[in-house]
Design a protein around this ligand. Sequence first.
Ligand SMILES: Cc1cc2nc3c(=O)[nH]c(=O)nc-3n(C[C@H](O)[C@H](O)[C@H](O)COP(=O)(O)OP(=O)(O)OC[C@H]3O[C@@H](n4cnc5c(N)ncnc54)[C@H](O)[C@@H]3O)c2cc1C
Length: 370
Amino acid sequence: MIVGGGVAGIEAGLALRDLAGDRVDLRLLSPSREFVYRPLTVREPFGFARARRYPTAAVAADLGAEWIEDSLAAVDPVARTVQCRTEPPIDFDAVLLVLGAQARPRYAHATTIDDRHLDELLHGVIQDVEAGYVNRLGFLIPARMAWPLPIYELALTISTRAYDSNVDMAFTIVTPEDTPLAIFGMEGSRAVAELLAERNIEVITSAYAEVPDSRTVEISPGERRLEFDRVIALPELEGPAVPGLPEAPDGFIPVDDHGQVRGLERVYAAGDATDFPVKHGGIAAQQADTAAAAIAALAGAPVEPQAFRPMVQGMLLTGERPVYLSAHLEGGHGSSSEVSREPPAQPPRKISAKYLSPYLDERELGERAS
Ligand SMILES: Cc1cc2nc3c(=O)[nH]c(=O)nc-3n(C[C@H](O)[C@H](O)[C@H](O)COP(=O)(O)OP(=O)(O)OC[C@H]3O[C@@H](n4cnc5c(N)ncnc54)[C@H](O)[C@@H]3O)c2cc1C
């Protein structure tokens, strides 16, 4: 039973089919009628096409899974059933919880990024930038960081628009990170810092912001007070707090190195819903692969489950050529960091995922051919 039809849910379904074949009967419980390729919503306010959407019914059919269009209400790990909002309880031999996280605005007086309608939220700001009506933009990352890339991508892309429109603007990013995009390690972070400096984007690191009114940002430590025309913020994320399961702080699901929910047999979790601190599609996919291998082994497939060894890969949109970043994550920091402004031989997708990326490529090729 896979609960959630996002990045980790589809990746896990594909991995299970590959590793366990017909040994598993798959069910996909998800209320979403489509899978949205969320990273590309960042381009929507700049006049690009909408991010791709893929119908859940078609994806479930490709996975050979039964799609149950409903939401999870609770898990009973002893009886091995999931309770749904409307459907009767469903038995499972193993369940993988991939419900994502809930995004909540941290600041009442800032515009909080919401990828369900980024165009609506930011199109007006970008028009005001191009017309020269706004001169100072602030970008805030709250203490509990959501996804690392989008705020940097918005700052960089808006700065390109301002430059192209001959508008002189001041941009400031306020972040609790020690260095910009610190998870991508020293090399990656240094390259991002240089790029931000080239674009005259000031970055205030190791800093916490408050927004007392829509034009003012107070920064601590240091008691600094900055004035902006508009303030754009990342949301904070909360875990799904599933009744019947143990809970880590802020409602996330605690998992071990194999994706098993701590203390519960045959119950697994992956992706943004878990207590792993880095929320990123590529990481969600690796967690899904790790859990899928453990479940495939339970189903009797000849698979040696491996512990989760996270590697973060990112394609940073800049308004010009993207920057490609990668690092191994060890002890909360990026190491063996790599950075390139040239696309790799096989151009990557925004979300780097072993099974999902080739699957979507193939699907799109098929659509174009037909
Ligand atoms: C603007 C933006 C830009 C990003 N850029 C990048 C990027 O460049 N690279 C990258 O790797 N990552 C990026 N990310 C992060 C990436 O999108 C997430 O980390 C990823 O989607 C997490 O996958 P997931 O499967 O855990 O959760 P999700 O993709 O959020 O999927 C959760 C699924 O669970 C379902 N669900 C929710 N509640 C229930 C319930 N009660 N019962 C059943 N199903 C439920 C949902 O409907 C959904 O199908 C970006 C995110 C955003 C918002």
